[in-house]
Design a protein around this ligand. Structure first.
Ligand SMILES: Nc1ncnc2c1ncn2[C@@H]1O[C@H](COP(=O)(O)OP(=O)(O)OP(=O)(O)O)[C@@H](O)[C@H]1O
Length: 284
């Protein structure tokens, strides 16, 4: 379980990115973090693994207070948090298997990792994970020969090879097409359920967040302005998070009205009140 109490961050430039953040993430819960650009989503995720130093508050992962750690203890704690990135952060010239094994870098000694001699158990586990994410056929391929969706699957397998207690996921679908985005979100969700892993997913696509998260936290100007179930995320709440926008809009007809009118009534395009514009990242 992860608990953030009174967490704040002021950058040296004077920008206040987070203010009085209170969040508890139980084991196995998938939490989507939404909010406009600059709301503090990346800062919050990075405060948890201390890539960014929080300036106030406490962050506990199980019984470890993360904010006071340094050196070896900090490295050890970071291993218990798997990070999945928007741009995958793979080494292009290395194979899929080698990229996944790099998830063990914090575990094996320097010379062993330099010579890429990983223990057989790690190789076997990497193979199992690659099978699970649907890439068993591609273990020898170079990372730069993969599609975006495949690269993200490698990123997911690499994060899991660390045997993390928690996943920190930063815009995992930002560079992917809509179908691949759903597949990746579904995979993350399934893996969290299988391993009882909590996840914080920073995501701009509200429709994806609603579909695949157990809980949604909305940030605005560094403060939590919504924390609830996906079903509670109404147009009014989206306005609170992102600012004024017509969230419930009627989509344009697919064809011109004239064409539509000449079709049999049963085949005419029907206007319906579906929530669109939900994938926008900001109020503008
Ligand atoms: N390294 C930094 N130095 C100074 N200010 C920063 C730094 N990183 C972020 N900020 C500021 O902190 C605030 C929050 O930024 P952050 O990147 O966390 O927002 P975000 O919600 O992740 O935005 P986006 O969705 O665009 O990635 C912004 O005002 C930003 O300008």
């Amino acid at each position: 379980m992860l608990t953030l109490s009174g967490v704040g961050k002021r950058y040296p430039t004077g920008d206040r990115a987070l203010n009085e953040i209170e969040v508890t993430l139980p084991k196995g819960q998938v939490m989507a973090l939404i909010g406009p650009s600059g709301a503090g989503k990346s800062t919050l995720i990075r405060c948890v693994n201390r890539l960014v130093e929080p300036t106030e508050g406490n962050i506990r992962l199980d019984d470890v207070e993360l904010t006071s750690l340094s050196g070896h203890k900090l490295r050890q704690a970071r291993r218990s948090m798997g990070m999945i990135f928007q741009e995958y952060a793979l080494v292009d010239r290395l194979s899929v298997m080698e990229n996944v094994l790099s998830g063990r870098l914090g575990y094996v000694g320097f010379w062993r990792s330099f010579l890429r001699r990983y223990p057989q158990t790690a190789v076997a586990e990497a193979f199992r994970l690659l099978e699970r994410v649907g890439l068993a056929h591609a273990i020898d391929k170079r990372a730069d020969a993969l599609s975006g969706g495949q690269r993200q699957r490698v990123g997911i397998a690499r994060a899991l090879l660390q045997s993390p207690k928690l996943l920190l996921v930063d815009e995992p679908t930002a560079s992917l097409d809509p179908k691949t985005s759903r597949q990746i979100m579904r995979l993350i969700r399934e893996l969290c359920a299988e391993r009882d892993l909590g996840a914080i997913i920073n995501i701009h696509d509200v429709a994806l967040a609603k579909q695949f998260a157990d809980r949604i936290v909305g940030l605005r100007a560094g403060e939590i302005v919504f924390d609830g179930q996906p079903s509670e995320l109404t147009a009014d709440i989206l306005t609170t998070i992102y600012g004024e926008e017509e969230w419930d809009t009627t989509p344009e007809p697919l064809e011109s009205d004239e064409q539509n009118a000449t079709r049999p009534a049963s085949k005419r395009t029907q206007a319906s009140n579906v929530v669109t514009h939900m994938a926008t990242g900001g109020a503008s």
